[in-house]
Design a protein around this ligand. Structure first.
Ligand code: G3P
Ligand code: CA
Length: 282
């Protein structure tokens, strides 16, 4: 009887112990950790999950969080200034309405670019690329995206002219979905590093096209949804780098690591410390 009880007790203790070991492991690792070390990190529109996208506080936060680069989007104003804003129109991110190219810089500077994100940023102003460079050049890399160059004629020349005021362009990259505009930048000054943003419609990408792109671009960048391991390998074979972006950071980082990408363009969502947030829509 005593032997039977002991056996039962032993089995019960074993089951409880297994459960405890399992639970301890689970509680100790409630969220799967993803290794960011070794990846180039780019703060997308600044650390745009913390502060209004493409504003000084978002860029400052990206610097504080230890990003390698700040990503920004650039349009031309009515009077030909390089304006840091994502959309063609000011409506989504400011209290104004209308296309960016219908505003002079003076008019743009009157818009509130903070309140739509959070009232505590009320009065935050849109900045120019010149202001961004003056504030951050030398402290962190800057990834400048030319938005719709076809709608902003002359934007390539203006960006190169601005960059040429800086002696060392190693920490600067210019990118666009517009391949022609990126070739133009390369022709204007081959010291400017180029990234080509790949549209999902360009996929699958042929090796001939990759040869052409990598003849002038240092980076070929993908949305997480169109990335695959094979294309990363082909780009690495050509001694070029791959950055990957997404509106969902968790998926982005996991996939970038799995496919061997060199870096991530991320909103710096507060995950895993806080629930993941989604960045603004296009
Ligand atoms: O850097 C890549 C990414 O910024 C491209 O998409 O719409 O956020 O400018 P979007
Ligand atoms: Ca962008």
């Amino acid at each position: 009887m005593r032997r039977k009880w002991n056996k039962k007790k032993t089995i019960t203790i074993a089951i409880i112990s297994s459960c405890l070991i399992f639970l301890t492991g689970y509680i100790g690792h409630p969220v799967r950790k993803v290794e960011l070390e070794g990846l180039i990190t780019v703060a997308h529109r600044g650390a745009s999950s913390y502060a209004p996208e493409n504003t000084l506080p978002a860029f400052q936060k990206g610097l504080e969080l230890g990003a390698d680069f700040l990503e920004c989007d650039v349009h031309l104003s009515k009077d030909g200034e390089l304006i840091v804003i994502h959309d063609k129109r000011v409506d989504r991110t400011t209290d104004g309405t209308g296309p960016v190219r219908d505003f002079t810089l003076k008019e743009i500077k009157q818009l509130d670019a903070g309140s739509s994100f959070d009232e505590k940023y009320e009065g935050e102003r849109i900045i120019t690329l010149d202001e961004l460079m003056k504030e951050f050049y030398g402290k962190i890399g800057i990834l400048i995206e030319l938005k719709s160059p076809a709608l902003n004629p002359g934007i390539e020349e203006k960006v190169v002219e601005l960059l040429e005021q800086y002696a060392d362009l190693k920490s600067i990259v210019v990118q666009s979905f517009d391949v022609g505009a990126m070739k133009r930048i390369h022709e204007l000054n081959s010291d400017v590093q180029i990234a080509v943003l790949m549209k999902n419609t360009f996929m699958p990408i042929t090796s001939t096209y990759l040869d052409e792109l990598t003849s002038f671009a240092e980076f070929i960048n993908f949305n997480v949804s169109s990335l695959n391991k094979n294309v990363v390998e082909q780009i690495h074979e050509r001694d070029r780098k791959v950055l990957v972006w997404s509106k969902k950071d968790r998926r982005l980082i996991e996939k970038a690591v799995r496919y061997g990408a060199d870096g991530v363009i991320t909103d710096f969502s507060r995950w895993p410390a806080e629930p993941e947030v989604t960045s603004a829509e296009d």
